[in-house]
Write a protein that binds this ligand. Sequence first.
Ligand code: ZN
Length: 236
Amino acid sequence: MSFQFDDELYRDIILDHYRNPRNKGDLDPADVTVSANNPLCGDEVTITARLSEDGETVKELHFSGRGCSISQASASMMAEEVEGKPMPEALKLINRFKEMMLAEGAADGLGDLEALQGVKKYPVRIKCAVLPWNSLLQGLTERAGEATGPQAPEIGLDIVNLGLIYNVDVHENNIKVEMTLTGPGCPVGPMLQSQVYGVCAGWPGARNVQVDLVWSPPWDPRTMASEEAKDVLGIW
Ligand code: ZN
C-alpha cells in the first residue's frame, strides 16, 4: 500500500462537495429522518432516507443542514456513497468510515472519502466529519427496530451471554462500549456493532455513544461465555 497525505487534492475534494453538495434537500416522505448537531462547531445535519420495500436497500439518501465545510462535505459524500447500497454494505461503509476517522493510521479503498482523513490532524474537527455518519447509523438502526436486543444471528445467543461485550463505560452522558466478535471475518460484525450502538443511543440521556471493536484479548468462549451459552455451544 502506498499512501501519502495529499493535502491539496483533499482540500479540492472537500471544497467541491461543500460548494456543490450532492443529494441535498430533505426527502419527503422518508423512511428514516435523523437530525443531529455538533455544538462544538455549530454544525447541523438532517439525514433522510428512503428504503426499498423489504427494507434491505438504502434506495435514496439525502441530507440538509448547515455548518463548516467538513461537516457538510462529509454529509454530501456520505449521501453519494451510501445511496443505492444494500443495508449490510451501507453499515459496513459507515463502520469503515468511522474506523478511518477514529483509529490510528491511514485507510485505503475508500475513494474520495479518504479526503476527510486529512482532518484527523485537527482532533476537534473529527466530530464534524463523523456527525452525518453517526446520524445515519442511528437512523438505520432505529429503523431496524431492534426491540429484542442484539443477537448473534448465526448462533442465536445474545452477545452478552457469549461474552462478546468486554467493557461498558458510562460517564455522565457518554457511553463507551468495547466489544469483540467471534472472529475478525465475522460477516455480521458491522450489523452487531451498529445494533449495540443503537441500543446504547436509545438509553435515556445518552449523548455520545462510542462502540469500539477490540481484538485483544481474543474471544475465547471457554472462559468468556456464560454457563448457559456454553451449554448451547456444547462447551464444558
Ligand atoms: Zn464543523
